[in-house]
Design a protein around this ligand. Structure first.
Ligand code: ZN
Length: 232
């Protein structure tokens, strides 16, 4: 009798465990899927050095600074989950001694991507628009890359889930003609995390807790893409 009860209990535990694992795999939880090999992701913090990018409408904070903070969040999330990360920019500038042209900056980023041969590239940026009411996160892809599009769609979906309540609408990933998308064959997307020309978005983007949520959503989207590409 005792043995039967114990056996039944073990079965219940086993079934619950299997259900949790199935849920984990189907939602591509960062914690439940073990890839067949190590994934490598290049994280590109846009701008830097003399090019600060756009500025916060109230705080004056530079886009370059926020981009780097998000890049570091992403690096931690990925490395905590066994994914190798290469940053194109880990300090104020991509270029040694912070001198050089914009093209030198781009060339160096491209070389890092080509040398790394990554599974995915994500370039982090902040947006700006003359109409200060415009807000929300927008992801771009190279229209000639189906993998890049799949990556961008996955990241956009996670950002929509994060932002729908705040922004009141969802966005579709968009085609874009940008250097970082076109400079390599590796699946790449650009994430414009929000509008620094919008007061509400600026408040969120300068808040470390929100940046952590934002980074988690971007990481989840990238991971979902990587797992789908490996398993489908
Ligand atoms: Zn930018």
């Amino acid at each position: 009798m005792f043995f039967v009860v114990e056996k039944k209990r073990l079965w219940i535990i086993f079934v619950i465990f299997m259900i949790l694992c199935i849920i984990g795999v189907t939602t591509y939880s960062l914690f439940c899927y073990t890839p067949a090999r190590e994934f490598v992701v290049v994280i590109d913090a846009g701008h830097g050095g003399s090019d600060g990018g756009v500025k916060g409408i109230n705080s004056g904070i530079s886009e370059a600074e926020i981009n780097l903070l998000v890049a570091y969040n992403l690096k931690s999330i990925f490395e905590d989950n066994g994914i190798r990360v290469v940053l194109t920019r880990s300090g104020k500038s991509v270029l040694d001694g912070e001198s050089g042209t914009k093209q030198d900056d781009f060339n160096k980023r491209k070389k890092i991507i080509l040398d790394t041969k990554p599974d995915a590239v994500v370039s982090i940026h902040q947006n700006k628009f003359p109409d200060s009411r415009r807000r929300g996160a927008q992801v771009f892809f190279n229209p000639h890359s189906s993998d890049g599009k799949a990556l961008a769609v996955a990241v956009q979906q996670k950002l929509n889930e994060l932002n729908m309540e705040k922004v009141g609408r969802t966005f579709s990933a968009l085609k874009g003609d940008y250097y970082l998308l076109n400079c390599s064959e590796y699946p790449s997307c650009i994430v414009e995390c929000g509008f620094l020309s919008n007061t509400e978005d600026e408040k969120l983007l300068t808040d470390s807790e929100y940046r952590q949520l934002l980074s988690q959503s971007i990481a989840d989207g990238i991971y979902q893409y990587l797992v789908e590409r490996e398993t489908i």
